[in-house]
Design a protein around this ligand. Structure first.
Ligand code: BG6
Ligand code: GLC
Ligand code: GLC
Length: 827
C-alpha cells in the first residue's frame, strides 16, 4: 500500500520504533489527552452553561447563548414545493448557493404550488437563508448578527438585521423577487435535512469550519421567551463555551496562542479547540514547539512550518488514514511540502500529533438522532468513529444515532422554509374550517331577531302550539323579602350532578341561608330506564340523606329543581313536556312529576313531603342570586344544557289570566332552531352531532352551545382536521372515532389557564391522542359579556355567578310559597 516516495522510509519502520515515538509524543502532549473523568466533568460543566443560557436572569452573562430559532416543527414528510436557499458561513465559504428542493408527494394534496420550472426569475421565490453565525432572532425571518465568528469580519454588519441587508442587496440587483421566509443556523439546517428522513432527529451538530449544535427544547425551559407551549429549536452556539473562563484549566498554551492570533481573541474558545478552522493550525503550532525543543526535525524548523495557516486541516485527514502505513506516507508527503526531509520518526511523530489533536476534538463533543454535517466530520477518516464511540461511552443509556446530512444545510434551509409553508397552509385551512363555527356580528344580530320573534310566538296564545321556544310560566312571582323562615329540603335533578340538600332559611335583620348537601349519582340505566325506577332511586337518595342528617321521619316542604321543560298551572305541579339532555326514562312525559315523586315517597313509606314546589334550574339560579341582589331578573344556565328565565310582565304572558305584576318565564330556549331557525348557521359538525344524538332534530340551539354537546363538536372538528391531514400528521386515529371520548370538562380544563397546553397534552394522551394541540381557546364568560354588550348596548347587564347552585333557589322559592301560604291561608 505504501507510495513510492515512502518505500525507503518505511524500510526503516518497525513496530518498536513506532511505539517509542508515539510514547514520546504522548508524554509531551499529556495535557491534550482528556481522561474520562475530565470529560464527564466537562459535560456537567456544559450542562450548567446550557441552563445558564436558558434561564432569563443568567442569560445576559451566559457564554453559551442558547438562542431561540423560532423553528417550532421538524418536517413531517408532507412538505413539498420549490425553495431557494442561500448558505453562508460554511466550510467552503460559499457565499451564494442556489439550491432547489423538489419533493413531490403524489398522495399529498396541499395546495402549495409556487411557480413553474423556469419561472423563478419572474415569480416570487420563497427563500431559506442559512447564515451560520450567532444571531438574535425575534421571529423566523429576522436575525440580528451578534458577532462574526470563524474567518468572517466584514465591517458594518454586527448588530444589524441581516435579512433586511440581504433584501436590500437583492433589490439592488433587480433581477430577483424573493420572499425570505426563514433565516437559520447551519445546525438547524442539518437537523431539518436529516429530520426529513428520520423524524426522530432532534439534534443538529456541525463540526466543520466552526462547531455548534442545536436541539429541540421544551418552550417552558426557554425562559427568555414568553409562553410555554410546545417546543422550539435552540441554537446553543456552544462554540463560545469557555469564553467566561469555564475552560481555563483545560486550555493549553497552544490554545492560547491560537486564540491570540485569531480574528476574535477571547471568543469562541471551545470552537478553537475543536473545529476545522483551527485543527491544522493547532497541529502546526505543536510541531513548531516540538521542533524548537529538539523533539522533531533535528530541531530545525522550515520557514513554511513557521507560516501561520500553512498546515491545512485537510492534511490531518490525509495523515490519519485508516491504514497507518498510507497515513505515514501522506505525512511524509506533507512534510516534504514543508521543505523537510523527514525521518520515519518525524512522520510517526507528526501522525501522532494529528491523532491527539483530532481525538481531543472528538472527545470534547457530547449526546435520539443527531443530524451531523461539516467538513471535519465528513472528511476526517476517523473523526466520526471516535465521536460516536465517545458519546456512547459517556451516555451509554441513550441510544444515539448519527445521521450525516447529505445535502448540506442549504437543503435544510429550504426544509425550514417548506415546513413554514406547510404549517402556514395547514393553519389557514384550520382557520377556514373553524371560521365556519364563528358567527359574525351580523349573523348574531340575525339570531337575536329570530330569537325575539320565536319568544313572541311562544308567549302568544294563538301561536304557542307551533312555537319552538315555549316560554313556560313558572308561577314564581315574588322574590324573597327576608322574612322567610324554616327548614327545607331541596332536590336538584337535571344537571351534571344530582343532589339532595337541607336548606335552613333564617329571617330577621341578619337573614341568612345555611345549606348542607350530598351528591348522588344517577346511573345511565336508571336515567334511561322506567320512570318508576328513576323516582324510586331519587326517593332512596332522599331517604339516605335524611338518615345521614338524623332527620328520618321528618316531614319537610320540598323545593324540587327539575331542569326539564314542564307545563305548570301552579307552583307545585310540573307536567313534563319532553326529556332533554341525557334523560330518557319512560312513562314520564305528559305526567306531573310532583305526583310521580309523591307516589315514589308513598311506595317507600319512610317519610312524607308536606309541599313540593317545582322549579327549573334557571329559576332557581335567578332566585339564589336574587336573594343577594334584588335587581337580579334573569337566570342563565350554560351547563349540560342551556336555558334562560326572566321576569316578564304578566300582560305579555297571554296564556295566564291576569295582567298585574310580573312572573318568571322559563324560556326553554334550548329548543330554538327546531323549526329551522338556525339552519343557515349550522355547520356540518352541528348536523352530525344532532343526527347522532338521542333526539335528532330537537334542542338544536342547545346542541350548538351546551356542555353535553361541545365535546362532540370538538371531536368532529378533530376528525375533519385529521382527514384533511391537518392534525396528527393525517394518521387515522381510531380512538377519535369513539363517540363521547372528548368530554366537555376537558374543554374547560383546556381553556382554563396559562398551563393549559400541558393539560391539553395530558388529556389528549389519556385519550390516546398524541401529537397535537387544540389551539383555538375561548374564555367563555368574558366573551359572552363582550358580545352581549355589543349586541344590546342599551342594557346594563351584570353577571352574578350563582355559587350555591339552584338548590338554594328552589328552597327559597318554597320558603316564599310557604310564607305566602301562611299569610293567605285561603290560597
Ligand atoms: C348547578 C345547579 O349549579 O348547575 C343545577 O344547581 C343546574 O340546578 C346545573 O342544573 C347546570 O349546570 P350543569 O353543568 O350541572 O348542567
Ligand atoms: C460558528 C458559528 C455558528 C455555526 C458554527 C458552525 O460557531 O458561530 O453559528 O453554527 O460555526 O458553522
Ligand atoms: C335543558 C332543559 C332546561 C334546563 C337546561 C339547563 O335545556 O330542557 O329545562 O334549564 O337544560 O339545565
Amino acid at each position: 500500500m505504501s507510495s513510492p516516495v515512502s518505500s525507503c522510509l518505511l524500510a526503516n519502520y518497525s513496530m518498536e520504533l513506532h511505539d517509542v515515538q508515539v510514547h514520546k509524543v504522548d508524554e509531551y502532549l499529556q495535557h491534550l489527552q482528556l481522561s474520562d473523568e475530565v470529560l464527564m466533568d466537562l459535560s456537567l460543566r456544559f450542562r450548567r452553561e446550557m441552563d445558564k443560557g436558558l434561564c432569563r436572569d443568567t442569560n445576559p452573562t451566559a457564554a453559551v447563548k442558547m438562542l431561540p430559532t423560532f423553528v417550532c416543527s421538524t418536517p413531517d414528510g408532507t412538505e413539498q414545493g420549490e425553495f431557494l436557499s442561500l448558505d453562508l458561513g460554511g466550510a467552503n465559504f460559499r457565499v451564494l448557493l442556489r439550491h432547489w428542493l423538489r419533493v413531490f408527494r403524489p398522495h399529498c394534496c396541499l395546495p402549495v404550488s409556487v411557480h413553474g420550472e423556469n419561472g423563478h426569475k419572474r415569480k416570487k421565490l420563497p427563500l431559506g437563508f442559512t447564515f451560520s453565525f450567532p444571531c438574535q432572532q425575534t421571529k423566523m425571518d429576522e436575525a440580528v448578527l451578534m458577532s462574526w465568528t470563524k474567518g468572517f469580519k466584514p465591517t458594518g454588519v454586527e448588530g444589524k438585521e441581516v435579512v433586511s441587508l440581504l433584501r436590500k442587496a437583492i433589490k439592488k440587483r433587480g433581477d430577483f423577487d424573493i420572499d425570505i421566509v426563514a433565516v437559520i443556523n447551519d445546525t438547524v439546517g442539518a437537523m431539518m435535512t436529516c429530520g426529513y428522513d428520520d423524524q426522530h432527529c432532534e439534534i443538529g451538530l456541525i463540526v466543520g469550519t466552526g462547531t455548534n449544535a442545536c436541539y429541540m427544547e421544551q418552550m417552558r425551559h426557554l425562559e427568555v421567551l414568553d409562553g410555554d407551549e410546545g417546543r422550539m429549536c435552540v441554537n446553543t452556539e456552544w462554540g463560545a463555551f469557555g469564553d467566561d473562563g469555564a475552560l481555563d484549566d483545560l486550555r493549553t498554551d497552544i490554545d492560547r496562542e491560537i486564540d491570540a492570533g485569531s480574528l476574535n481573541p477571547g471568543q469562541q474558545l471551545f470552537e478553537k479547540m475543536i473545529s476545522g478552522m483551527y485543527m491544522g493550525e493547532l497541529v502546526r503550532l505543536i510541531l513548531v514547539k516540538m521542533t524548537r525543543q529538539g523533539l522533531l526535525f533535528q530541531g530545525l524548523a522550515t520557514p513554511e512550518l513557521l507560516t501561520t495557516g500553512h498546515f491545512k486541516t485537510s492534511y490531518v485527514y490525509l495523515i490519519e488514514n485508516e491504514s497507518e502505513e498510507v497515513g505515514l506516507a501522506e505525512a511524509e508527503k506533507v512534510l516534504r511540502g514543508f521543505g523537510f526531509d523527514p525521518t520515519v520518526e518525524d512522520c510517526i511523530g507528526t501522525q501522532r500529533v494529528c491523532e491527539i489533536v483530532s481525538t481531543r476534538a472528538a472527545h470534547l463533543k457530547l449526546r435520539t438522532t443527531v443530524g451531523v454535517d461539516g467538513s471535519v466530520y465528513k472528511n476526517h477518516p476517523q473523526f466520526s468513529r471516535r465521536l460516536h464511540k465517545m458519546v456512547r461511552r459517556l451516555v451509554p443509556d441513550v441510544d444515539v444515532r448519527f445521521l450525516q446530512s447529505q445535502d448540506g444545510s442549504g437543503k435544510g434551509a429550504a426544509m425550514v422554509t417548506a415546513v413554514a409553508y406547510r404549517t402556514a397552509v395547514q393553519q389557514a385551512e384550520r382557520k377556514r374550517i373553524l371560521d365556519t363555527l364563528r358567527l359574525s356580528r351580523e349573523q348574531l344580530l340575525e339570531v337575536k331577531e329570530r330569537m325575539t320573534s320565536a319568544m313572541l310566538k311562544g308567549l302568544s296564545k294563538q301561536t304557542h302550539q307551533q312555537a319552538s321556544v315555549k316560554m313556560l310560566p313558572s308561577f314564581v312571582r315574588s322574590t324573597p323579602n327576608g322574612t322567610e323562615h324554616g327548614d327545607f329540603l331541596a332536590l336538584d335533578l337535571g344537571g351534571s350532578s344530582f343532589r339532595v340538600l337541607l336548606v335552613r332559611v333564617r329571617a330577621g335583620t341578619k337573614h341568612n341561608v345555611n345549606m348542607s348537601q350530598k351528591i348522588y349519582s344517577i346511573p345511565q340505566e336508571i336515567m334511561q330506564g322506567t320512570g318508576e325506577e328513576l323516582f324510586n332511586h331519587i326517593v332512596s337518595c332522599m331517604a339516605d340523606f335524611l338518615e345521614y342528617k338524623g332527620m328520618k321521619g321528618v316531614s319537610l316542604p320540598l323545593g324540587f329543581t327539575f331542569s326539564f321543560p314542564c307545563y305548570q298551572n301552579k307552583l307545585d305541579e310540573g307536567i313534563l313536556l319532553k326529556w332533554t339532555k341525557g334523560f330518557k326514562a319512560s312513562g314520564c312525559v305528559d305526567q306531573d312529576v310532583v305526583t310521580l315523586l309523591k307516589e315514589a315517597v308513598r311506595r317507600r313509606g319512610e317519610f312524607d313531603l308536606s309541599f313540593v314546589a317545582v322549579v327549573n334550574d334557571t329559576v332557581g339560579t335567578m332566585m339564589t342570586c336574587g336573594y343577594e341582589d334584588p335587581q337580579c331578573e334573569v337566570g342563565l344556565i350554560v351547563g349540560t344544557g342551556t336555558n334562560v328565565c326572566y321576569m316578564e310582565e304578566m300582560r305579555n304572558i297571554e296564556r295566564i289570566e291576569g295582567d298585574e305584576g310580573l312572573m318568571c318565564v322559563n324560556m326553554e330556549w334550548g329548543a330554538f332552531g327546531e323549526h329551522g331557525e338556525l339552519d343557515d348557521f349550522c355547520t356540518n359538525f352541528d348536523c352530525i352531532v344532532d343526527e347522532t344524538s338521542a333526539f335528532p332534530g330537537k334542542q338544536r340551539y342547545e346542541k350548538m352551545i351546551s356542555g353535553m354537546y361541545l365535546g362532540e363538536i370538538v371531536r368532529n372538528v378533530l376528525i375533519e382536521f385529521t382527514n384533511k391531514g391537518l392534525l396528527y400528521r393525517g394518521k387515522d386515529i381510531e380512538r377519535l372515532k369513539t363517540r363521547g371520548i372528548f368530554e366537555t370538562k376537558f374543554l374547560s380544563q383546556i381553556e382554563s389557564d396559562r398551563l393549559a397546553m400541558r393539560q391539553v397534552r395530558s388529556i389528549l394522551q389519556r385519550l390516546g391522542l398524541t401529537g397535537s394541540t387544540c389551539d383555538d381557546s375561548v374564555f367563555f364568560s368574558s366573551i359572552m359579556q363582550e358580545t352581549l354588550h355589543d349586541l344590546a348596548p342599551q342594557c346594563k347587564v351584570s353577571f352574578h355567578k350563582s355559587e350555591d347552585g339552584s338548590g338554594k333557589g328552589a328552597a327559597l322559592i318554597t320558603a316564599v310559597a310557604c310564607r305566602v301560604q301562611q299569610e293567605q291561608p285561603e290560597h
